[in-house]
Design a protein around this ligand. Structure first.
Ligand code: CA
Length: 520
């Protein structure tokens, strides 16, 4: 135990807190196959409220599965559904339950059955790094040094000299903030990486590890889900013991595969690609935070020439670690300002960001509401605002648990109206997703970046078996004309593009902020 807390102490000193047309000629048959398909992240509380209590719930979500199917989604990732005292539910009090605001176990089973009927997989958030300070394990462990749950947490004595220095420190800098917390009436302190209400679980304890396996098996077998999104996957052990964190996930994967061979794991390792890579052995899918920030930066700065080159370098590197890795790409998620707000509510930029996401390789994740252009900036409640299904007076599913600051009737056209408008953002998303799902090259193809030497243009080929496409994105506000270089002659058929995007005699004309996809 001592080893653990000393390592964790070092971690708390060192670690840096790191803060998701013209016409198409799509065939009807989807060639993509999940996990190489589109996933959709849902904050249940804000998605669809079935009973009018103001909070989204599981029955509401079930009623929107046809919407998701129609959008072209092949899996959902549900943010935590377990009982929890907080609105976001990332501090769990029962790893087996469903939060009463969200419904019942039977509601959840019904949701999984209905999703599977539509070939939509179900992935749930599994928050293993820590639990809630209100979890019965912690309540018992904190009041009783002989509790059977004591070893589930990380403890140290108040007289440990290094701890003493810490708890008396007035340094409030988040990098050095004290992660040891007092328990009233006790001489021991417990460790929490994310705040006193989220005590870290002790993965040095075989009993705790078995407890986690048991919960995992339950969701895969009893509840029938397809996999887990693993929260804070990097923090299982302190940074100095990163190798043990990597090994833990291999162990977890093996245990889960014993009950569900095809189990899907996607992890949150919010760091640069060199730190992310070693996790790929245990967690075959990892979110590509590097790419997400590069896309946002490229769109905002109208500088795209290195985007595909950079992604190719990351993919080549990851392939050396795990040749079967899944690149979980996204624009923003529930921890970041929404993509629309990241581009200053500029619709053209939001569209080009989506086009980049859906034409580059990977298994793209959408954050709910992105497809209708929802806006949102921190604090977190306001990047997790209620989905707008219809105009307020007709919107039976809209949640009301929070008063929205950014996505309201005055700023967002609701889904029902966007569906009727062929030029809406929602239909743009549907078109791009449909195109990707029906194209071997776009969903599964190798990435072959092309350096045209034009800073505003991102260009690459996607190649799969007998199918290949040339993709050109113009991120600039200005129209661009360019001559295709010799090796690209013959790409003269438009697969996707706006009306004014043309190709003639190997000369391409790109409208401002637009995408053109060509084939031979
Ligand atoms: Ca409800």
């Amino acid at each position: 135990m001592k080893k653990t807390f000393l390592f964790r102490l070092v971690l708390s000193c060192l670690v840096v807190l790191l803060p998701a047309s013209k016409s198409i000629h799509a065939q009807q048959n989807a060639v993509s196959k999940w996990p190489k398909g589109i996933s959709y992240e849902i904050f249940v509380q804000s998605f669809c409220d079935s009973d009018g209590d103001g909070k989204g719930d599981i029955k509401g979500m079930t009623s929107k599965l046809d919407y998701l199917k129609d959008l072209g989604v092949e899996a959902v990732w549900l943010m935590p559904v377990n009982p929890s005292p907080s609105y976001h539910k990332y501090d769990v009090t029962d790893y087996y339950g469903i939060h009463p605001d969200y419904g019942t176990t039977d509601d959840f089973k019904q949701f999984v059955a209905e999703a599977h009927k539509r070939n939509i997989k179900v992935v749930i958030d599994m928050v293993l790094n820590h639990c809630s300070s209100k979890h019965p394990w912690f309540i018992d462990a904190a009041k009783n040094e002989n509790s059977p749950y004591r070893e589930y947490f990380v403890w140290t004595h108040k007289d440990d000299p290094q701890i003493k220095a810490f708890v008396t420190s007035t340094n409030e800098d988040s990098r050095n903030r004290n992660r040891w917390n007092k328990v009233e009436g006790s001489d021991y302190l417990y460790y929490s990486y994310f705040g006193p209400h989220m005590p870290d679980l002790n993965f040095d304890s075989p009993k705790l590890r078995e407890e986690i396996f048991k919960a995992g098996r339950y969701w895969l077998t009893e509840m029938g889900i397809d996999g887990f999104r693993l929260d804070a996957a990097r923090h299982i052990f302190p940074e100095e013991r990163a190798k043990e964190s990597h090994a833990w996930w291999v162990y977890f994967l093996n245990e889960m595969q014993k009950v569900k061979k095809e189990v899907y794991l996607v992890g949150e390792v919010w760091a640069s690609s060199d730190i992310v890579a070693p996790y790929l052995k245990g967690i075959p899918a990892l979110f590509n935070f590097d790419l997400a920030s590069s896309i946002r930066k490229a769109v905002n700065e109208e500088r795209a020439d290195s985007l595909a080159i950079k992604l190719k370098a990351i993919e080549d590197f990851y392939t050396t670690i795990n040749p079967d890795f899944i690149d979980a790409t996204f624009l923003t998620n529930h921890d970041q300002n929404r993509i629309m707000s990241s581009v200053d509510d500029n619709m053209d930029k939001a569209r080009i960001a989506a086009a980049l996401l859906f034409t580059l390789p990977g298994s793209p994740y959408l954050y709910y509401g992105e497809e209708i252009g929802m806006r949102g900036k921190k604090p977190d409640e306001f990047i997790r605002e209620p989905f707008l299904w219809d105009d307020a007076k007709n919107d039976k599913g809209r949640a009301t648990w929070v008063k929205p600051r950014y996505s309201s009737d005055s700023t967002i056209i609701p889904a029902a109206r966007q569906l009727k408008d062929k030029n809406s953002l929602l239909n743009y998303y549907k078109t791009l997703i449909g195109l990707r799902n029906s194209s071997k090259a776009l969903s599964l193809g190798e990435l072959s970046p092309i350096d045209l030497g034009i800073r505003e243009i991102c260009s690459f080929r996607r190649v799969r078996e007998d199918e290949e496409v040339l993709v050109l994105h113009n991120l600039s506000k200005n129209e661009r004309s360019l001559q295709l270089p010799g090796e690209l002659t013959g790409y003269n058929k438009v697969v996707f593009g706006t009306k004014s995007n043309t190709v003639k005699n190997n000369t391409v004309l790109l409208a401002p902020c637009s995408t053109l996809i060509l084939k031979k």
